[in-house]
Ligand binder design. Sequence first.
Ligand SMILES: NC(=O)c1ccc[n+]([C@@H]2O[C@H](COP(=O)([O-])OP(=O)(O)OC[C@H]3O[C@@H](n4cnc5c(N)ncnc54)[C@H](O)[C@@H]3O)[C@@H](O)[C@H]2O)c1
Ligand SMILES: [Zn+2]
Length: 353
Amino acid sequence: MYGTDTVKIMTGHPYEVTIGSGILSHIGELLPQRSPCIAALVSDDIVDHLYGNEVTAALQDYGYTVYHFVFPHGEENKNMEQLSSLLSFLAESHLSRSDLIVALGGGVTGDLAGLAAAIYLRGIEYVQIPTTFLAAIDSSVGGKTAVDLPEGKNLVGAFWQPMAVICDTATFATLPENVFIDGTAEAIKYGVLADPQMFELLSGADFREHLGQIIRRSVAIKGDFVHDDERDTGSRQLLNLGHTIGHAIEQCSSYTVAHGHAVSIGMVIIAKAAAATGICDSAVPQMIETALANNHLPTRCDYSLARLVDVIQTDKKRRGDIISLVVPERIGHCRLHKINVAEMASFIEPGLK
Ligand SMILES: NC(=O)c1ccc[n+]([C@@H]2O[C@H](COP(=O)([O-])OP(=O)(O)OC[C@H]3O[C@@H](n4cnc5c(N)ncnc54)[C@H](O)[C@@H]3O)[C@@H](O)[C@H]2O)c1
Ligand SMILES: [Zn+2]
Protein backbone atom coordinates (compact mmCIF):
# COMPACT_ATOMS: atom_id res chain seq x y z
CA MET A 1 0.00 0.00 0.00
CA TYR A 2 1.16 3.56 -0.60
CA GLY A 3 -0.02 6.85 0.92
CA THR A 4 -1.14 9.86 -1.05
CA ASP A 5 -2.38 13.32 -0.30
CA THR A 6 -4.61 15.29 -2.63
CA VAL A 7 -5.31 18.96 -3.24
CA LYS A 8 -8.23 20.03 -5.41
CA ILE A 9 -7.65 22.93 -7.80
CA MET A 10 -10.93 24.73 -8.41
CA THR A 11 -10.49 26.13 -11.89
CA GLY A 12 -13.18 26.12 -14.61
CA HIS A 13 -12.32 22.42 -15.04
CA PRO A 14 -11.42 21.33 -11.49
CA TYR A 15 -8.66 18.73 -11.06
CA GLU A 16 -6.70 17.04 -8.34
CA VAL A 17 -3.03 17.15 -7.47
CA THR A 18 -1.99 13.79 -5.98
CA ILE A 19 1.20 13.80 -3.92
CA GLY A 20 3.04 10.75 -2.61
CA SER A 21 6.41 9.03 -2.45
CA GLY A 22 7.08 6.09 -4.77
CA ILE A 23 3.80 6.42 -6.66
CA LEU A 24 5.14 6.55 -10.25
CA SER A 25 4.59 2.83 -10.67
CA HIS A 26 0.92 3.32 -9.75
CA ILE A 27 0.25 6.04 -12.33
CA GLY A 28 -2.31 3.90 -14.16
CA GLU A 29 -4.60 3.57 -11.17
CA LEU A 30 -4.02 7.15 -9.97
CA LEU A 31 -5.24 8.70 -13.22
CA PRO A 32 -8.87 9.80 -13.26
CA GLN A 33 -11.04 6.90 -14.48
CA ARG A 34 -11.19 6.79 -18.27
CA SER A 35 -11.14 4.04 -20.87
CA PRO A 36 -7.62 3.06 -21.85
CA CYS A 37 -6.43 5.07 -24.83
CA ILE A 38 -3.22 6.23 -26.44
CA ALA A 39 -0.93 8.06 -24.05
CA ALA A 40 1.76 10.23 -25.65
CA LEU A 41 4.49 10.32 -23.01
CA VAL A 42 6.60 13.48 -23.32
CA SER A 43 9.95 13.79 -21.51
CA ASP A 44 13.37 15.29 -21.92
CA ASP A 45 16.27 12.85 -22.39
CA ILE A 46 17.45 12.95 -18.76
CA VAL A 47 14.04 12.27 -17.23
CA ASP A 48 13.17 9.69 -19.87
CA HIS A 49 16.34 7.79 -19.03
CA LEU A 50 15.55 7.87 -15.29
CA TYR A 51 11.79 7.31 -15.19
CA GLY A 52 10.46 6.74 -18.71
CA ASN A 53 10.37 2.93 -18.51
CA GLU A 54 8.67 2.87 -15.10
CA VAL A 55 5.88 5.20 -16.22
CA THR A 56 5.48 3.39 -19.54
CA ALA A 57 5.09 0.03 -17.77
CA ALA A 58 2.64 1.49 -15.25
CA LEU A 59 0.49 2.91 -18.05
CA GLN A 60 0.66 -0.27 -20.15
CA ASP A 61 -0.43 -2.31 -17.13
CA TYR A 62 -3.63 -0.30 -17.21
CA GLY A 63 -4.21 -0.90 -20.90
CA TYR A 64 -2.78 2.34 -22.30
CA THR A 65 -0.91 2.25 -25.59
CA VAL A 66 2.18 4.36 -24.94
CA TYR A 67 4.14 6.34 -27.53
CA HIS A 68 7.25 8.20 -26.46
CA PHE A 69 8.37 11.69 -27.45
CA VAL A 70 11.83 12.50 -26.09
CA PHE A 71 13.52 15.86 -26.65
CA PRO A 72 16.91 17.22 -25.49
CA HIS A 73 16.80 18.74 -21.99
CA GLY A 74 17.21 22.44 -21.26
CA GLU A 75 15.32 25.70 -21.53
CA GLU A 76 16.81 26.30 -24.99
CA ASN A 77 14.63 23.44 -26.26
CA LYS A 78 11.37 24.94 -25.01
CA ASN A 79 10.92 26.42 -28.45
CA MET A 80 8.80 26.47 -31.61
CA GLU A 81 10.90 23.76 -33.28
CA GLN A 82 10.28 21.23 -30.51
CA LEU A 83 6.62 22.25 -30.36
CA SER A 84 6.31 21.65 -34.07
CA SER A 85 8.06 18.23 -33.83
CA LEU A 86 5.81 17.25 -30.95
CA LEU A 87 2.65 18.23 -32.85
CA SER A 88 3.78 16.20 -35.87
CA PHE A 89 4.56 13.27 -33.57
CA LEU A 90 1.03 13.42 -32.13
CA ALA A 91 -0.47 13.47 -35.63
CA GLU A 92 1.77 10.62 -36.84
CA SER A 93 0.78 8.61 -33.76
CA HIS A 94 -2.88 9.18 -34.68
CA LEU A 95 -3.82 10.72 -31.34
CA SER A 96 -7.48 11.63 -31.31
CA ARG A 97 -9.48 13.97 -29.10
CA SER A 98 -10.13 11.12 -26.68
CA ASP A 99 -6.41 10.38 -26.19
CA LEU A 100 -4.01 11.79 -23.65
CA ILE A 101 -0.67 13.58 -23.36
CA VAL A 102 1.43 12.75 -20.29
CA ALA A 103 4.08 15.34 -19.41
CA LEU A 104 6.77 13.64 -17.32
CA GLY A 105 9.51 16.04 -16.24
CA GLY A 106 10.31 19.55 -15.06
CA GLY A 107 8.73 22.84 -16.03
CA VAL A 108 10.24 22.81 -19.50
CA THR A 109 8.52 19.53 -20.33
CA GLY A 110 5.25 20.57 -18.69
CA ASP A 111 5.13 23.91 -20.50
CA LEU A 112 5.94 22.38 -23.91
CA ALA A 113 3.64 19.36 -23.61
CA GLY A 114 0.88 21.50 -22.08
CA LEU A 115 0.97 23.93 -25.00
CA ALA A 116 0.86 21.04 -27.48
CA ALA A 117 -2.17 19.66 -25.59
CA ALA A 118 -3.83 23.08 -25.75
CA ILE A 119 -3.57 23.43 -29.51
CA TYR A 120 -3.44 19.90 -31.00
CA LEU A 121 -6.93 19.21 -32.44
CA ARG A 122 -7.96 22.47 -30.71
CA GLY A 123 -7.20 20.92 -27.36
CA ILE A 124 -6.84 17.44 -25.86
CA GLU A 125 -6.44 16.30 -22.26
CA TYR A 126 -3.06 16.12 -20.55
CA VAL A 127 -1.60 15.02 -17.26
CA GLN A 128 1.32 16.61 -15.48
CA ILE A 129 3.83 14.38 -13.69
CA PRO A 130 6.31 16.92 -12.28
CA THR A 131 9.78 15.60 -11.45
CA THR A 132 11.42 18.80 -10.18
CA PHE A 133 10.52 20.57 -6.94
CA LEU A 134 9.77 23.73 -8.93
CA ALA A 135 7.47 21.95 -11.34
CA ALA A 136 5.68 20.24 -8.44
CA ILE A 137 4.84 23.45 -6.59
CA ASP A 138 4.61 25.87 -9.47
CA SER A 139 4.58 25.10 -13.17
CA SER A 140 2.46 21.91 -13.12
CA VAL A 141 -0.46 23.69 -11.44
CA GLY A 142 -2.42 26.61 -12.82
CA GLY A 143 -2.65 25.87 -16.53
CA LYS A 144 -0.11 28.29 -17.95
CA THR A 145 1.67 26.66 -20.88
CA ALA A 146 4.25 28.22 -23.18
CA VAL A 147 7.33 28.04 -25.35
CA ASP A 148 10.01 30.69 -25.83
CA LEU A 149 10.80 32.75 -28.92
CA PRO A 150 14.27 34.10 -29.75
CA GLU A 151 12.74 37.46 -28.75
CA GLY A 152 11.91 36.37 -25.21
CA LYS A 153 10.72 33.74 -22.76
CA ASN A 154 7.18 32.31 -22.69
CA LEU A 155 6.00 34.58 -25.51
CA VAL A 156 3.79 31.91 -27.14
CA GLY A 157 1.38 30.13 -24.86
CA ALA A 158 -2.12 29.30 -23.74
CA PHE A 159 -4.12 28.81 -20.58
CA TRP A 160 -4.95 25.10 -20.56
CA GLN A 161 -5.55 23.22 -17.32
CA PRO A 162 -4.33 19.60 -16.94
CA MET A 163 -6.86 16.87 -16.09
CA ALA A 164 -4.65 15.74 -13.20
CA VAL A 165 -1.26 16.36 -11.59
CA ILE A 166 0.56 13.43 -10.04
CA CYS A 167 3.64 14.23 -8.04
CA ASP A 168 6.04 11.53 -6.84
CA THR A 169 8.40 13.15 -4.34
CA ALA A 170 10.78 10.16 -4.62
CA THR A 171 11.84 11.48 -8.05
CA PHE A 172 13.50 14.47 -6.36
CA ALA A 173 16.22 12.14 -5.04
CA THR A 174 17.96 12.31 -8.43
CA LEU A 175 17.74 16.10 -8.81
CA PRO A 176 21.01 18.04 -8.94
CA GLU A 177 21.21 20.19 -5.78
CA ASN A 178 21.07 23.44 -7.75
CA VAL A 179 17.84 22.39 -9.46
CA PHE A 180 16.30 21.35 -6.16
CA ILE A 181 17.04 24.68 -4.44
CA ASP A 182 15.55 26.54 -7.39
CA GLY A 183 12.23 25.11 -6.20
CA THR A 184 13.03 26.03 -2.60
CA ALA A 185 13.04 29.72 -3.60
CA GLU A 186 9.47 29.37 -4.90
CA ALA A 187 8.38 27.51 -1.76
CA ILE A 188 9.79 30.33 0.39
CA LYS A 189 7.85 32.73 -1.86
CA TYR A 190 4.59 30.95 -0.96
CA GLY A 191 5.51 31.25 2.71
CA VAL A 192 6.03 35.02 2.36
CA LEU A 193 2.77 35.31 0.40
CA ALA A 194 0.47 33.30 2.60
CA ASP A 195 1.94 31.02 5.26
CA PRO A 196 4.21 32.21 8.10
CA GLN A 197 4.42 28.68 9.57
CA MET A 198 5.64 27.15 6.33
CA PHE A 199 8.06 30.06 5.97
CA GLU A 200 9.52 29.19 9.35
CA LEU A 201 9.78 25.51 8.45
CA LEU A 202 11.61 26.41 5.23
CA SER A 203 13.97 28.77 7.05
CA GLY A 204 15.21 25.94 9.25
CA ALA A 205 17.92 23.41 8.78
CA ASP A 206 16.20 20.48 7.15
CA PHE A 207 12.70 20.69 5.81
CA ARG A 208 13.16 17.82 3.35
CA GLU A 209 11.52 15.28 5.61
CA HIS A 210 8.39 17.44 5.35
CA LEU A 211 8.46 17.71 1.55
CA GLY A 212 5.02 16.18 1.03
CA GLN A 213 3.48 18.68 3.44
CA ILE A 214 5.32 21.62 1.85
CA ILE A 215 4.20 20.62 -1.63
CA ARG A 216 0.60 20.22 -0.45
CA ARG A 217 0.58 23.68 1.15
CA SER A 218 2.36 25.37 -1.77
CA VAL A 219 -0.02 23.83 -4.31
CA ALA A 220 -3.03 24.81 -2.19
CA ILE A 221 -1.79 28.42 -1.96
CA LYS A 222 -1.17 28.57 -5.70
CA GLY A 223 -4.56 26.93 -6.29
CA ASP A 224 -6.29 29.64 -4.26
CA PHE A 225 -4.68 32.44 -6.25
CA VAL A 226 -5.44 30.67 -9.54
CA HIS A 227 -9.04 29.99 -8.54
CA ASP A 228 -9.58 33.67 -7.79
CA ASP A 229 -8.01 34.80 -11.05
CA GLU A 230 -7.51 32.01 -13.60
CA ARG A 231 -6.45 34.36 -16.40
CA ASP A 232 -3.94 36.37 -14.39
CA THR A 233 -5.50 39.83 -14.51
CA GLY A 234 -5.78 40.48 -10.76
CA SER A 235 -4.81 38.65 -7.58
CA ARG A 236 -2.82 35.93 -9.39
CA GLN A 237 -0.26 38.66 -9.99
CA LEU A 238 0.76 38.29 -6.35
CA LEU A 239 2.45 35.04 -7.36
CA ASN A 240 5.00 37.29 -9.07
CA LEU A 241 6.66 38.21 -5.79
CA GLY A 242 10.37 38.62 -6.58
CA HIS A 243 9.70 37.93 -10.26
CA THR A 244 9.82 41.39 -11.87
CA ILE A 245 13.37 41.93 -10.64
CA GLY A 246 14.09 38.19 -10.92
CA HIS A 247 13.22 38.19 -14.63
CA ALA A 248 15.48 41.20 -15.15
CA ILE A 249 18.35 39.35 -13.43
CA GLU A 250 17.74 36.24 -15.57
CA GLN A 251 17.82 38.38 -18.69
CA CYS A 252 20.92 40.37 -17.65
CA SER A 253 22.71 37.06 -17.05
CA SER A 254 21.61 35.72 -20.47
CA TYR A 255 19.77 33.04 -18.49
CA THR A 256 22.90 31.65 -16.82
CA VAL A 257 21.31 32.51 -13.44
CA ALA A 258 18.51 29.96 -12.96
CA HIS A 259 14.94 31.13 -12.41
CA GLY A 260 14.61 30.30 -8.69
CA HIS A 261 18.02 31.78 -7.95
CA ALA A 262 17.02 35.01 -9.70
CA VAL A 263 13.67 35.10 -7.85
CA SER A 264 15.57 34.65 -4.60
CA ILE A 265 17.61 37.81 -5.25
CA GLY A 266 14.48 39.59 -6.53
CA MET A 267 12.56 38.86 -3.31
CA VAL A 268 15.36 40.28 -1.16
CA ILE A 269 15.66 43.44 -3.27
CA ILE A 270 11.92 44.11 -3.28
CA ALA A 271 11.58 43.41 0.45
CA LYS A 272 14.41 45.81 1.26
CA ALA A 273 12.86 48.43 -1.01
CA ALA A 274 9.48 47.91 0.67
CA ALA A 275 11.07 48.33 4.11
CA ALA A 276 12.82 51.53 2.99
CA THR A 277 9.45 53.05 2.02
CA GLY A 278 7.77 51.92 5.25
CA ILE A 279 5.56 49.26 3.58
CA CYS A 280 7.01 46.64 5.94
CA ASP A 281 9.22 46.46 8.97
CA SER A 282 12.99 46.08 8.38
CA ALA A 283 12.79 42.65 10.05
CA VAL A 284 10.89 41.35 6.99
CA PRO A 285 13.76 41.60 4.46
CA GLN A 286 16.14 40.24 7.11
CA MET A 287 13.97 37.18 7.68
CA ILE A 288 13.59 36.57 3.94
CA GLU A 289 17.32 36.94 3.37
CA THR A 290 18.13 34.53 6.20
CA ALA A 291 15.64 31.90 4.98
CA LEU A 292 17.08 32.02 1.46
CA ALA A 293 20.72 32.07 2.56
CA ASN A 294 20.11 29.11 4.90
CA ASN A 295 19.04 27.21 1.79
CA HIS A 296 22.18 28.25 -0.12
CA LEU A 297 20.25 30.59 -2.38
CA PRO A 298 21.82 33.86 -3.57
CA THR A 299 20.52 37.13 -2.11
CA ARG A 300 22.56 39.70 -4.03
CA CYS A 301 23.66 40.42 -7.58
CA ASP A 302 26.26 42.60 -9.25
CA TYR A 303 24.04 44.17 -11.92
CA SER A 304 23.76 47.95 -11.71
CA LEU A 305 20.52 49.72 -10.87
CA ALA A 306 20.48 51.31 -14.33
CA ARG A 307 20.83 47.95 -16.09
CA LEU A 308 18.08 46.27 -14.05
CA VAL A 309 15.67 49.17 -14.48
CA ASP A 310 16.35 49.24 -18.20
CA VAL A 311 15.30 45.60 -18.51
CA ILE A 312 12.31 45.93 -16.16
CA GLN A 313 10.91 48.64 -18.42
CA THR A 314 10.44 46.05 -21.15
CA ASP A 315 8.63 43.59 -18.80
CA LYS A 316 5.64 42.04 -20.59
CA LYS A 317 3.46 42.46 -17.49
CA ARG A 318 3.78 46.23 -17.66
CA ARG A 319 0.59 48.14 -18.48
CA GLY A 320 1.39 51.51 -20.05
CA ASP A 321 3.58 53.53 -17.72
CA ILE A 322 2.47 51.65 -14.62
CA ILE A 323 4.28 48.64 -13.19
CA SER A 324 2.62 46.51 -10.49
CA LEU A 325 5.21 45.31 -8.01
CA VAL A 326 4.43 42.71 -5.37
CA VAL A 327 5.60 43.90 -1.98
CA PRO A 328 5.54 42.12 1.40
CA GLU A 329 3.71 43.84 4.24
CA ARG A 330 4.65 41.07 6.65
CA ILE A 331 5.63 37.39 6.40
CA GLY A 332 2.41 35.75 5.21
CA HIS A 333 0.92 38.77 3.49
CA CYS A 334 1.82 40.72 0.35
CA ARG A 335 0.07 43.29 -1.80
CA LEU A 336 0.40 44.98 -5.17
CA HIS A 337 2.16 48.31 -5.25
CA LYS A 338 1.69 50.24 -8.48
CA ILE A 339 4.38 52.68 -9.47
CA ASN A 340 5.18 54.73 -12.52
CA VAL A 341 8.15 53.42 -14.52
CA ALA A 342 9.83 56.76 -13.92
CA GLU A 343 9.88 56.04 -10.18
CA MET A 344 11.24 52.52 -10.56
CA ALA A 345 14.91 53.38 -10.04
CA SER A 346 14.39 55.39 -6.88
CA PHE A 347 12.02 52.74 -5.48
CA ILE A 348 14.33 49.75 -5.84
CA GLU A 349 17.64 51.55 -5.19
CA PRO A 350 17.57 50.89 -1.41
CA GLY A 351 17.02 47.21 -2.22
CA LEU A 352 20.41 46.95 -3.90
CA LYS A 353 22.33 48.14 -0.85
N1 LIG B 1 3.75 27.28 -16.41
C1 LIG B 1 4.05 27.90 -15.30
O1 LIG B 1 3.18 28.37 -14.57
C2 LIG B 1 5.49 27.99 -14.91
C3 LIG B 1 5.84 28.42 -13.62
C4 LIG B 1 7.17 28.42 -13.27
C5 LIG B 1 8.14 28.02 -14.19
N2 LIG B 1 7.76 27.64 -15.44
C6 LIG B 1 8.76 27.19 -16.41
O2 LIG B 1 9.40 26.03 -15.89
C7 LIG B 1 10.71 25.94 -16.46
C8 LIG B 1 11.68 25.62 -15.37
O3 LIG B 1 11.32 24.38 -14.79
P1 LIG B 1 12.40 23.40 -14.16
O4 LIG B 1 13.27 24.16 -13.24
O5 LIG B 1 11.68 22.21 -13.69
O6 LIG B 1 13.33 23.09 -15.42
P2 LIG B 1 13.59 21.82 -16.33
O7 LIG B 1 12.36 21.18 -16.79
O8 LIG B 1 14.55 22.27 -17.38
O9 LIG B 1 14.36 20.83 -15.34
C9 LIG B 1 15.65 21.19 -14.87
C10 LIG B 1 16.66 20.08 -15.15
O10 LIG B 1 16.41 19.00 -14.27
C11 LIG B 1 16.35 17.78 -15.00
N3 LIG B 1 15.44 16.91 -14.25
C12 LIG B 1 14.09 17.02 -14.14
N4 LIG B 1 13.63 16.13 -13.26
C13 LIG B 1 14.69 15.44 -12.81
C14 LIG B 1 14.85 14.40 -11.86
N5 LIG B 1 13.82 13.94 -11.14
N6 LIG B 1 16.10 13.92 -11.63
C15 LIG B 1 17.16 14.43 -12.31
N7 LIG B 1 17.08 15.42 -13.19
C16 LIG B 1 15.85 15.93 -13.45
C17 LIG B 1 15.89 18.17 -16.37
O11 LIG B 1 16.29 17.22 -17.32
C18 LIG B 1 16.60 19.51 -16.56
O12 LIG B 1 17.90 19.29 -17.03
C19 LIG B 1 10.97 27.24 -17.16
O13 LIG B 1 10.86 27.06 -18.54
C20 LIG B 1 9.87 28.17 -16.66
O14 LIG B 1 9.51 29.16 -17.59
C21 LIG B 1 6.46 27.61 -15.81
ZN1 LIG C 1 8.76 31.52 -10.64
